[in-house]
Design a protein around this ligand. Structure first.
Ligand SMILES: [Zn+2]
Ligand SMILES: [Zn+2]
Length: 148
């Protein structure tokens, strides 16, 4: 039986749909996955099992990503799949790069600070306020290009 069929049978509370990126959608209870990237598929399943939703504060992101990778390892053991440490560390570096990228002021290139409740950024140098929440996918694509 193919892995995806086993996962779908074992985790029937979620839908597994072949897509063009790896993504967990809490609203749709759906895991989108790409072919030939088992580690990322298990990582997204990790997010799903840990009931991760949208995050507001950047510091949360690194925690939930780390937790999802730990969960992916646990699931992998059950299915006889080993997740490569190097892939995990590369992914963690990618999230850090992305967080750095979105904290940079679009006007003057200084580092901004994130407001606690809204998740928006404010530049202490020029007072520009920006919201970088939506740039995530783009940055992850950039990260993927860098690997290739
Ligand atoms: Zn993740
Ligand atoms: Zn600025």
């Amino acid at each position: 039986m193919k892995l995806i069929e086993r996962l779908q049978a074992d985790f029937g509370q979620f839908l597994f749909i072949l897509g063009d990126e790896n993504r967990w959608s809490p609203e749709e209870k759906t895991i989108f996955y790409v072919e030939d990237d088992v580690a990322s598929l298990l990582h997204e399943l990790g997010h799903a099992l840990l009931e991760h939703k949208k995050f507001v504060q950047d510091v949360e992101l690194l925690h939930i990503e780390r937790d999802a990778w730990e969960k992916a390892r646990e699931i992998g053991v059950k299915y006889g799949l080993k997740i490569d440490d190097e892939q995990v560390e590369k992914a963690m570096d990618g999230y850090r790069d992305w967080l750095h990228f979105r904290s940079i002021c679009p006007v003057c290139d200084q580092n901004g600070v994130q407001e606690h409740s809204s998740g928006r950024y404010r530049c202490l140098n020029c007072d520009t306020v920006w919201n970088a929440n939506d740039a995530r996918k783009t940055a992850l694509r950039r990260y993927k290009h860098k690997l290739a």
